[in-house]
Design a protein. Structure first.
Length: 477
């Protein structure tokens, strides 16, 4: 024992305690009475009278009504009140719910992490779950807004092959404008219209009562554990949604520990009880009114989008989808863009301003729409050389090259611009000729044997039967 104590640099008594005891020696702490113990009667009374009273309010009441000189830390006050609350206030009990096929669907959003194009990104996971069978549908989006909610609901009912009787959602602002007394809610007009197009009645859970839609709450964690841990890598949201769809299909083989049946077996019975989809299905978009400004741009969610310059100073309707936007003016779509993922961003198309730039050609040199249109590099090299060579006519010449983008793809025009620059020419006509030569269709090769000879040039056929071969032979001899 002395040798062990010497090697471990411990007291012999400590080593002896370790040897004689089955566990490490415990420090015998001195139990001290809390400073709030003398006020226990008052604290318990307030907790019984108002179970949801806060510790801060109890501390204020103690100083106001009992002891003005009470000195207690906020942490100690919270701990003591929490301990007394656990002993006095009974914890909430719950009732198990029983569902019938086709009766209810629960849906919700939850944030998850995803490596998108090499960048760690927080995306919103939408999960819908049929309460009877446990059948899942999941997809991700960049935002948890109304277009994402509408796309998720539409994808869910299409995936399930029908619409349940009722859907259960929380009190998010994208669906609820105001929480009224009891279960009444003032719903958002766009949300109410979309659910009406699906013929889906929606009920809302009580505030801070996640247990009322506990099925989808657990499903969100289940999908996150099985798909997003460890953090996956994807090149696009469509790739991630394809992975989620395959996971939901594989999940049908999972056997429930409660019902002792697979998800697919219960879903096969529930599918026939779902109501058929409405025709046509509502578009998963939100429509907003907007004004096109003097720069022929529309501002949506702090982001700027260009439209053709002839529609400046007009009223427009924005159709905001999950990943794209459409701008409607006088019942026609004048522009369509991918949706900007962030805020205060620009999405400009130089083709929208060609007529304006041709008229105001001196503005071409510093036009923002040219710099922000994400043109290929050869265009910007041509822009720089044109203004360095002839500033007076450079604007019209560059617009003439940009006109080619209305007919041909930017990649083809960029290759021809690079070829022209390599040849030392900046002439827009030469660039247009190169584009036409590159895109002109090559006529198919025709075999000469397949060509028919005109009737006037055909050689007459010789009929040997019309000649007396015997007489011809005698004459020749």
């Amino acid at each position: 024992m002395k040798l062990v104590a010497r090697e471990l640099r411990l007291s012999k008594n400590t080593v002896r305690k370790y040897v004689r005891s089955l566990r490490a020696p415990q420090h015998g702490g001195i139990e001290r009475e809390c400073r709030l113990a003398p006020y226990r009667y008052h604290i318990d009374g307030w907790l019984r009278q108002s179970p949801r009273i806060t510790a801060v309010r109890i501390g204020a009441l103690l100083r106001e009504r009992v002891d003005e000189d009470l000195q207690i830390s906020e942490r100690s006050l919270r701990e003591y009140v929490a301990n007394r609350r656990r002993e006095i206030v009974a914890r909430e009990a719950f009732v198990r719910a029983l569902y019938v096929p086709g009766d209810q669907m629960q849906f919700d959003f939850t944030p998850v992490k995803l490596i998108l194009c090499g960048v760690l990104t927080v995306v919103q996971l939408f999960v819908a779950r049929l309460s009877y069978s446990g059948k899942l549908f999941a997809r991700v989006s960049l935002h948890a807004d109304q277009p994402a909610l509408f796309a998720g609901l539409l994808g869910a009912v299409v995936h399930f092959g029908g619409v349940p009787r009722v859907g259960v959602f929380d009190n998010a602002k994208i669906a609820v404008v105001k929480i009224l007394r009891g279960r009444n809610r003032e719903e958002n007009e766009a949300f109410r219209a979309f659910c009406g197009g699906l013929a889906l009645a929606v009920e809302f859970a009580a505030p801070a009562k996640g247990n009322e839609k506990g099925g989808v709450e657990g499903a969100c964690g289940f999908v996150e554990d099985n798909v997003f841990r460890p953090i996956p890598e994807c090149e696009s949201l469509e790739e991630c949604n394809t992975t989620l769809l395959r996971f939901c299909e594989r999940d049908e083989r999972r056997r429930s520990s409660v019902h002792h049946e697979t998800i697919g077996e219960r879903f096969s019975r529930e599918r026939s009880r779902l109501r058929p989809l409405s025709t046509p299905l509502p578009a998963p978009c939100v429509r907003r009114n907007a004004r096109i400004n003097k720069f022929a741009e529309v501002i949506c969610e702090t982001n700027r989008y260009s439209v053709p310059s002839r529609w400046a100073h007009r009223d427009a309707i924005i159709e905001l989808f999950e990943n794209r936007l459409r701008f409607i003016v006088e019942d026609q779509c004048v522009a369509e863009f991918p949706r900007c993922p962030g805020r205060n961003q620009r999405m400009l198309d130089v083709r929208h301003a060609l007529d304006l730039l041709e008229f105001k050609h001196r503005s071409v040199e510093r036009a923002e729409i040219i710099a922000e249109s994400r043109l290929p590099a050869p265009f910007m090299v041509l822009h720089e050389r044109l203004f360095a060579e002839d500033r007076r006519h450079a604007g019209r010449a560059f617009v003439a090259v940009l006109r080619l983008l209305q007919t041909y793809s930017s990649d083809v025009v960029a290759e021809c611009v690079s070829q022209a620059l390599a040849c030392g020419t900046l002439d827009p006509a030469a660039i247009a000729l190169l584009v036409r030569q590159r895109t002109a269709p090559i006529p198919p090769a025709v075999a000469l044997l397949a060509l028919r000879t005109p009737e006037g040039l055909q050689r007459p056929q010789v009929d040997l039967a019309r000649y007396d071969l015997a007489s011809l032979t005698e004459r020749s001899s």
